[in-house]
Design a protein around this ligand. Structure first.
Ligand code: GLN
Ligand code: ZN
Length: 764
């Protein structure tokens, strides 16, 4: 029989049990024993689910209290000096939590380690921090205990660990320059012996297969990193264990060569992202080596065509026989747990979807098809699935004739506004703003009253009229506040929005929402990405009434606030039956209508937030331009309906943008507000070789911190910016929205920010 296995299971629990338990523990409301028990119960349950799905090997090591990379970092005893970890004591759970979030029930609070995105996913890992003379040792026993735990329950386990090269690549340290710094490879001398010790421990535990994750193989690797693969795997092969090297998220391209003659028992590849990778690896596979084909997507929620998939694997199966394994493409961490928890989705839509538990069922059916061993129930299940896919292909609800007609003529929509110089003159006349205009990014503090009003209205406890009144009162208060503080371009405050994507998605056609479709974003935080299942269509204006009401209260310009097309796409599960670029264009067309309506309602400034613009970049540089071309096109498509005098803003955060500045300029927004204060205006380096042509507001107030920024400090940041960019192009604004802040600090901070702008104006 073809072996089926899994790279990792979502750890938080279908009802976010781990989140609740973690937060109770952190808040001092639950003991560590209770937390440990929650973890143990979740692991046992997840192994049970996986073994019921007939997996031949269940993963161990995919569980993490906060993050799987942090688990590994602490197992290796890599704890930065500020956490005062002694060299011979084990790393405690509270130290692990302090590394993740700065504080824990015990131990001194200290600056947390950095957190950043895991490849091209929306999951965040804790960045390992190391020093040039870094030492390593086995400093936590959790993983070994979990192996025992699974074995005691009778499962055949496959430990899953980060590969040394991926782990080093992801780490940082003052002595190292960025991810690719080959200087980090010098740490291998000390690191590999500890990997060997870990593998030796596995061996004494009776482990046969170990999965070692090296997703860096999907990246453009500098030569020294490529060369290190041979050394590392020759070394680790001494363990006598069977090593399954796992890569995912993209093709291997030239890195496939690195695997030739590498002493591995097997290689896992992502055949969903890159179907051709199967042939490429097959070609270099040794006579004993296993090829694990990742054929069920760990990144989306669509059921697959099992018959087609099975046929496409026949040739490989014929060639490799038992040496062909099948699995999800990557860890199932990135999909929700169980579709059966969804009671709000209709039966048809549900029949198209597959969450982690269902994906394992699909895997089992696929094996049955491939091996010709399906029993009657299995055949029935395959037939049901094939029928569901047929309804999806033929469904009218995924197609909207008017949108299709627009898409057929997509080139006819204007993307080119008049030259910026001409626009900005028209805008100056209309807006009459001072030098160094001040504004905010959109949201104001979301108080308990606001959340309660929204919840009551959704639940039916608050009438439409009462809800509208409550929101209008909030808008009025926010407008008066901004006038009093002296801001120049005002916002309505976004009180009506729970989430910047969900709010619009719920009003657009083509989107569906789950009740429990939680996916871990970081630590205890989970998100419920919307599902774009059909053509996106604007059925009703979405923001016009709120913005128009806000504008009716003041003479100053109020910014209309929208979420941009790329961000809407990036933070959703996207349909797989058409190119992402097409779905993005549909989103752009819908937003374009909203932009036009806002302008007609008298809104003079319109902002489309694109915080996820950079996240959409493919892993390989060679694929960047294609993405940037359509992403920029979508933004222009959404915004180029307005007259010269209407000012278009965009906002970006969460990343550094230096390497894509020319594309950001190409979006041709009149004004971009952009996160910079956390990185101390690192962004400005981008302007050494490239002059940003339009207006720009480098964020001077770090809204991620409750601290009130000092006026002189903000002043200095803007003066820094003015050395590199003409002063008349600069705006003064915070880094991001204020919805997570309290009112008191918001007021003090914005007052100081406006004061800083006044000083600049006086000096000009
Ligand atoms: N307009 C949004 C806000 O202010 C932007 C949020 C974001 O950039 N993530 O909340
Ligand atoms: Zn932001």
């Amino acid at each position: 029989m073809t072996i089926i296995h899994n790279l990792g299971f979502p750890r938080a629990g279908a009802q976010r049990e781990l989140k609740r338990s973690l937060e109770a523990y952190w808040a001092g409301q639950a003991s560590q024993e209770e937390l440990l028990e929650t973890g143990r119960a979740l692991r046992a349950h997840h192994w049970d689910v996986q073994s019921k799905a007939a997996l031949d090997l269940v993963p161990v090591g995919d569980f993490a209290w906060y993050d799987q990379i942090l688990e590994w970092t602490s197992l290796l005893g890599v704890v930065p000096a500020r956490f005062a970890q002694s060299d011979d004591a084990p790393v405690s759970l509270d130290t692990l939590f302090r590394m993740a979030r700065g504080r824990a029930p015990s131990g001194t609070p200290v600056a947390a380690c950095e957190m950043t995105k895991w490849f091209d996913t929306n999951y965040h890992y804790i960045v390992p921090e190391f020093t040039p003379g870094q030492t390593f040792r086995i400093a936590r026993e959790d993983l070994f205990e979990q192996i025992e735990e699974a074995q005691a329950l009778g499962y055949k386990v496959k430990p899953v660990i980060p590969g040394p090269l991926t782990w080093l690549w992801l780490g940082k340290g003052d002595a190292f320059k960025g991810v690719a710094d080959p200087g980090k490879l010098a740490l291998l001398d000390a690191l590999l012996p500890v990997y060997e010790q870990v593998l030796a421990r596995f061996k004494t535990q009776g482990v046969e297969w170990v999965q070692i994750d090296e997703p860096v193989l999907a990246l453009d690797l500098p030569e020294q990193w490529q060369e290190a693969f041979r050394r590392v795997y020759q070394d680790l092969n001494q363990s006598g264990l069977k090593l399954l090297l796992a890569t995912y998220f993209d093709d291997l391209h030239e890195n496939v060569e690195l695997l030739t003659d590498l002493p591995l028992a097997g290689v896992h590849v992502d055949a969903v992202r890159a179907p051709a990778v199967l042939q490429a690896v097959q070609a270099i596979l040794g006579p004993e080596q296993v090829l694990s084909a990742g054929v069920i997507s760990g990144r989306d929620i669509w059921r697959v065509d099992l018959e087609h998939l099975s046929q496409s694997l026949q040739a490989l199966k014929l060639d490799l026989g038992e040496r062909l394994w099948i699995a999800p493409s990557c860890s199932l961490l990135h999909v929700p747990v169980d579709l059966r928890s969804e009671t709000g989705l209709d039966a048809e839509l549900k029949s198209w979807l597959s969450f982690a538990v269902q994906k394992l069922d699909e895997l089992k059916l696929l094996r049955g098809l491939l091996d010709g061993t399906l029993d009657e129930a299995g055949q029935q299940a395959v037939q049901t699935q094939q029928a569901a896919l047929k309804t999806r292909r033929e469904s009218k609800r995924t197609q909207h004739p008017a949108v299709q007609a627009q898409m057929a003529n997509i080139d006819q929509f204007r993307r080119q506004r008049a030259p910026f110089a001409q626009r900005i003159d028209a805008q100056r006349n209309k807006l009459n703003l001072p030098a160094f205009p001040t504004t905010t990014i959109g949201s104001f503090p979301q108080t308990t009253e606001i959340r309660t009003a929204r919840r009551d209205w959704r639940g039916g406890a608050l009438s439409d009229a009462a809800y509208e009144k409550a929101m209008q009162a909030e808008i009025e208060q926010v407008i008066r506040f901004q006038e009093r503080i002296g801001l120049d371009v005002l916002v309505h405050g976004e009180a009506e929005r729970n989430d910047m994507v969900e709010y619009f998605g719920e009003l657009l056609g083509g989107f569906a929402f789950t009740q429990n479709g939680w996916v871990q974003s970081y630590g205890s935080r989970c998100v419920k990405p919307p599902i774009i299942f059909g053509d996106v269509v604007r059925v009703t204006p979405m923001s016009v009434a709120w913005s128009a009401y806000a504008q009716s209260l003041t003479e100053r310009p109020v910014k209309g606030m929208l979420t941009g097309p790329v961000t809407m796409l990036q933070w959703s599960f996207v349909r797989d039956d058409q190119p992402r670029a097409d779905t993005c264009r549909q989103l752009a067309l819908a937003l374009r209508e909203e932009v036009g309506d806002l302008e007609r309602a008298g809104i003079r400034v319109i902002q489309l937030d694109e915080p996820a613009f950079r996240e959409g970049l493919p892993l390989r540089k060679g694929d960047w331009q294609d993405y940037l071309d359509w992403a920029v096109d979508c933004f222009r498509l959404a915004t180029s309906v307005v007259s010269d005098a209407t000012q278009i803003h965009t906002h970006m955060c969460y990343s550094e943008f230096n390497d894509i500045m020319p594309s950001i300029a190409d979006m041709d927004a009149d004004v971009i507000t952009i996160e910079t204060s956390r990185s101390n205006m690192l962004l400005l380096e981008a302007f050494e070789g490239f002059e940003y042509p339009n207006h720009i507001g480098p964020g001077v107030y770090d809204i991620h911190s409750p601290n009130v920024p000092d006026k002189d400090w903000m002043l200095r940041l803007i003066q820094e910016a003015a050395k590199r960019l003409p002063a008349e192009r600069l705006w003064v604004n915070p880094d991001c929205g204020l919805k997570t802040r309290g009112w008191a600090e918001t007021e003090a901070s914005l007052l100081a920010m406006v004061e800083a702008a006044k000083v600049l104006r006086a000096a000009a």
